[in-house]
Design a protein. Sequence first.
Length: 411
Amino acid sequence: MNSLLATYANVIGEDIVDHLTQLSRPLRGMKVVHVNSTRQGGGVAEILNWLIPLQRELGMEAHWEVIQGQNEFYQCTKQFHNALQGNAAIINQVSLKEYEQTNCQFAEKHGALLQDADVVFIHDPQPAASIKYFPKRKGKWIWRCHVDASHPYRPVWRYLSKIVSDFDASIFSLADFSQMLPHPVYLIPPSIDPLSEKNVELSEDEIRNVCLQHNIDPKRPIMLQVSRFDRFKDPLGVIEAYRLATAFIPTLQLVLAGSGADDDPEGAVVLAEVQTAAREDADIHILLLPPDAHRTINALQRAADFVLQKSLKEGFGLTVAEAMWKAKPVIGGDTGGIRLQIIDHHTGFLVNSPEGAALRIRYLLHHRQHLLEMGAKAREFVRQNFLITRHLREYLTLMVGLVHQAEYSHG
Ligand code: UDP
């Protein structure tokens, strides 16, 4: 077995890697092109950074091209992004023209590759208009939408949906984020990388040291929520749940880990409220971490007895999968993608109030054996469903389906 896949096999088991190898057999030698708008920064680039090497190892000729433009192009695509997420965005004709022209130039530059590719993945709206310049394209073109497009701003969606309708299929991350389109629409949820700094195994010493550095007592029970300071993440509800639980478990410590909210005025207000609510309780630790503190977050998730993600509204909730992969039951808000991850009473608990959360906190800390069993189930559930290998498996399944469908209709 080749090296990257072998490394994954060591962590997640050979069965999953064998399955990928088998699934990719009909795709060997195929030319697969991914197009997005940046090589670094943001979730899409992160996905492509692991997806391209893995597709190559599985025998595909995988390419990654990046569309780049002038200022006006980015102004326009920023507005597309806002509009897809529901904000009223006004896009003037000059910007739209620049968008189309940049796509035209991109299509010219990569004409041979895109024309001949077996499968082309176009990520988000930035490169989407390039499809117009390939009326006789050979392969299947898929539009991969990474944002929440559940309530797009209609005038802009009318323009974008015309472009997107030309594709052979679309992919959205969650059913709630998707749109009706005149072609098959697939749902592929996000995933976590078990080999990233955020999720890799850590030594007991490292975990302990991170606790001590932040004045957390590793010998006493720890509950943790990792989140931006945002109302939808309900940090005040977490403090309330902690307070209700400490009446019964006085040794409990709460860690709220997030980043400083310098560039987010709303975040700064929420953080101030959280600091006020936590005042005078030395067992509430509010940690303001730099954006690259992945290993620290990893250690805190491992140090915790269980994890909370008490969101009132949530997209997917990566923090839930991260904690579950570390064999921690998660008490999560009964909303959005948290519902996909927490199987109530099995991999964690779904809750609708601070009182509900407090009840589950007490339950977990009084039933240690059950806590461990739920944690083990949570890890296995993530292994099967929310690692990048599942994400890759779904891309492969989709590609096999589309390519075979093409063979069938031609033959
Ligand atoms: N995260 C982080 N530092 C923080 C807060 C969050 O690195 O201070 C990470 C967290 O571990 C997760 C991601 O940011 O990987 C948050 O993703 P999620 O889907 O949970 O929530 P979002 O912030 O996208 O609403």
